[in-house]
Design a protein around this ligand. Sequence first.
Ligand SMILES: O=C(O)CCC(=O)C(=O)O
Ligand SMILES: [Fe+2]
Length: 318
Amino acid sequence: MKNLLPGLPLIESPLYPMMKAEMGLTPEEMRIADDLYERGYAVFDFPDRDVEARIDRVKANLAPRYGVDFDSPEGTKNAGERRIQDAWKFDEDVRSFAANQAVLDLLSKLYGRRAFPFQTLNFPVGTEQAAHSDSVHFSSLPERFMCGVWLAMEDIGPNSGPLFYLPGSHRWPIMTNSLIGRRGYGGSLASAQDPYGPAWDALCTAFGVQPEHLIARKGQALIWCANLLHGGSRQNDPKLTRWSQVTHYYFEDCIYYTPAFSDETVGRLQMRELVSIEDGRARPNTFMGELVERSGSKYSFHHSLYERVRRAIRVKVA
Ligand SMILES: O=C(O)CCC(=O)C(=O)O
Ligand SMILES: [Fe+2]
């Protein structure tokens, strides 16, 4: 069956129920695909025989870098924001989680385009982040070709600030500047998700959806769809840790950009220049295989100004 809507991920397409039998999915993959389609997230066992040993090595390597005494049972573990971005650059196990072949193959099958990991975040404690969708930070054109994979690096109970999410919220309107009536391009924000909080809260009230919490076992993982609302719940017990790794994935042959600093309606995009964690090589912005020049950045503004001057001079000389 031909996919008549290739501009949507297979698992986010209204045609998914008609196409799923032909996606070549195992029963477990079908369960994951159904959960993503219906709920916007799916929980699965991380497919790595060495997951436990890798987790222990990551924790041993990263722990000294957070400036917290994790060995003190009475000590507070969540003072300030604690996260390391892109530890894959120096930690082979973090890289291995991000570039796990079985996960890449699964995501590629579920989305209908080849997945690539582009960012890792390693947290020793809960983030206590308010409900948000990652699509204000990272989005794609066409939309929705982005997801997060969250890996529990220890058993996580209700008092350590577990991950939460709002089932079904992936189908709500995608949050953009134009949706909430602001301009984003060229601006700056302390936190890219700040302007959207009240609108997200109002949508939660309007849809009447209650958050679910992930009480996770070490080695369990969760995929969230680009527009699924999620966050970190309050850490009731500051003595506890909540080790986890988040890897963010994009899919090939898209434009990758930051919606919080873009105005899509008028084509002003803060585009991203990405490297895949899998092979360390660039994944250029493309539209149906055609390279798309970076636009909407300071660099490209200067570049285009330079181009215009250069052209003007050339015209004069000619
Ligand atoms: O782990 C959490 O509490 C949420 C992390 C998150 O939202 C993210 O990395 O996108
Ligand atoms: Fe997030």
